[in-house]
Write a protein that binds this ligand. Structure first.
Ligand SMILES: *Cc1c(COP(=O)(O)O)cnc(C)c1O
Length: 445
């Protein structure tokens, strides 16, 4: 099997850009608002601002704030704006990272190293999360050598403070909760859980990757939002993605700390490299300046009133979609979502994966979820344009799915359903690993 080689000589620009355009044809088409995950669309103008700023700083390298002081200025200004949005107080600090996963890795790393210093007797540190908390925490625990303890959620898919109290041991060094959760869009009881952590001197992290940039505005619009940010005195650190409801180009998230002493444990330095004394705030070494400029530009372009307007549009649309789903016979919304993200389920007579298949046929893309089987909806401001059509198509899809058994599902949905309900979860995990390994095999040319 021959591997693909570099072309013998360079390609003409026209041909290579034509090839890049052609490769996009099988990608999810987000421009017309038919996707409900992965893309946070606030309109073409916002996309263009991000693109222009990103391209301006594409070549600059974030590894050296001395060579490119512009990037350090943009980073600290972005962090400052996020910290004030999340009531960080005067001592708050933070850094930009490439995404929520890196922000979470950094917070867990800082907590691990602080615990190592303060409590050297703990040799098997534990992290408490819920099943509904993002897997980036499981990944962080896996990378950093922590044991994960999973606390149960209540009937509305929120963490339960009493269950967390029961899960705390002498080895617990990190507790986290979400504002809001990815699968169901609910804010956990963060005031209660962070207070429990504070009583015992345990690090508490609010994962506001998804909700951090919209909940402050949702609250200002008059909705009831449980306290989730640094106003809760037990909150040690927070993650807030800029490339989600901040509408910034991807590769932009933030990790925040109530004080610089805790943040110090995030950093890495090596003094003995012949190439120079080496130090980095986050995981990456060399990195493009694009995300710093992209985030700085979009945040300045939209401003407070821009974000408030977009939050209203997204919330109005999310409420309209939720009411619409509840009004369709056989469908329902899970729990009581606090923001713009929710999950829809079918009753016993409506297989929700079949509904998903019919929606795919009419050109909509909805991510499948499990435990229980449901479909994910992340509402973007842009969905205001398509909400009526979506609900009309959804009603038709539910009607078609009525009484359908699992045997008529698409191969993809059947496969997903099989994986989701396999009793042996270790085997499901091994299958997923093998699937990844096969997915990234090199194609022969
Ligand atoms: C998206 C998300 C993350 C992880 O962020 P990435 O940017 O995908 O790395 C973590 N937590 C929640 C709640 C999220 O929605």
């Amino acid at each position: 099997m021959a591997q693909k080689k570099l072309p013998e000589s360079g390609m003409a620009q026209d041909a290579l850009f034509a090839a890049l355009t052609d490769m996009k044809k099988n990608d999810m088409q987000y421009q017309d608002g038919r996707t409900f995950s992965l893309i946070y669309n606030a309109g073409q103008d916002v996309i263009e601002i991000g693109r222009r700023a990103f391209a301006m700083y594409l070549v600059e390298n974030g590894l050296s704030p001395f060579s490119f002081p512009s990037l350090k200025t943009m980073e600290t200004e972005v962090i400052s704006m996020v910290a004030s949005l999340l009531n960080g107080g005067d001592g708050a600090v933070g850094n930009m990272t490439t995404g929520g996963t890196e922000s979470i890795l950094m917070a867990v790393k800082a907590a691990r190293d602080r615990a190592h210093k303060k409590h050297p007797q703990i040799t098997q540190p534990e992290l408490i999360k819920a099943a509904t908390t993002h897997p980036a925490f499981n990944k962080a625990a896996h990378y950093l050598g922590l044991k994960v303890v999973t606390a149960p959620v209540d009937k509305d898919f929120r963490m339960d403070a009493d269950a967390v109290r029961d899960a705390i041991t002498d080895n617990t060094i990190f507790i986290c909760a979400s504002a809001f959760t990815y699968p169901h869009g609910v804010v956990d009881p963060i005031e209660d859980i962070s207070a429990l952590a504070a009583e015992r001197g345990i690090w508490f992290h609010t994962d506001a990757c998804l909700g951090g940039f919209i909940l402050p505005f949702v609250e200002q619009l008059g909705y009831d939002v449980p306290v989730f940010d640094f106003r809760a005195p037990g909150v040690t650190s927070m993650s807030c993605d800029l490339h989600k409801y901040g509408y910034c180009p991807k590769g932009a998230s933030s990790v925040l700390y109530r004080n610089a002493a805790d943040r110090l444990h995030q950093y890495y330095a090596f003094a003995d490299f012949p190439g120079g004394v080496y130090g980095t705030p986050t995981m990456c070494g060399g990195r493009t300046g694009g995300p710093y400029a992209g985030a700085w530009a979009v945040m300045h372009y939209l401003g407070h009133d821009g974000y408030l307007r977009l939050a209203k549009q997204a919330m109005d649309t999310a409420r309209k979609l939720q009411d619409g789903v509840r009004a369709i016979p056989g469908l329902d919304v899970l729990g009581a979502p606090h923001g713009t993200v929710f999950a829809m389920v079918g009753d016993n007579n409506h297989n929700i994966y079949a509904v998903s298949d019919f929606m795919t046929e009419s050109g909509w893309f909805l991510e499948k979820q499990q435990m229980p089987a449901s479909l994910h909806v992340t509402t973007s401001p842009y969905h205001a344009e398509v909400a009526d059509q979506f609900l009309a198509d959804l009603a038709l899809a539910a009607k078609k799915a009525e009484g359908m058994d699992g045997s008529k599902l698409s191969q993809e949905a059947a496969m997903y359903g099989m994986m989701a309900t396999m009793p042996d979860r270790a085997l499901a995990r091994d299958l997923a690993l093998q699937f990844l390994n096969d997915l990234y095999k090199l194609e022969s040319k």
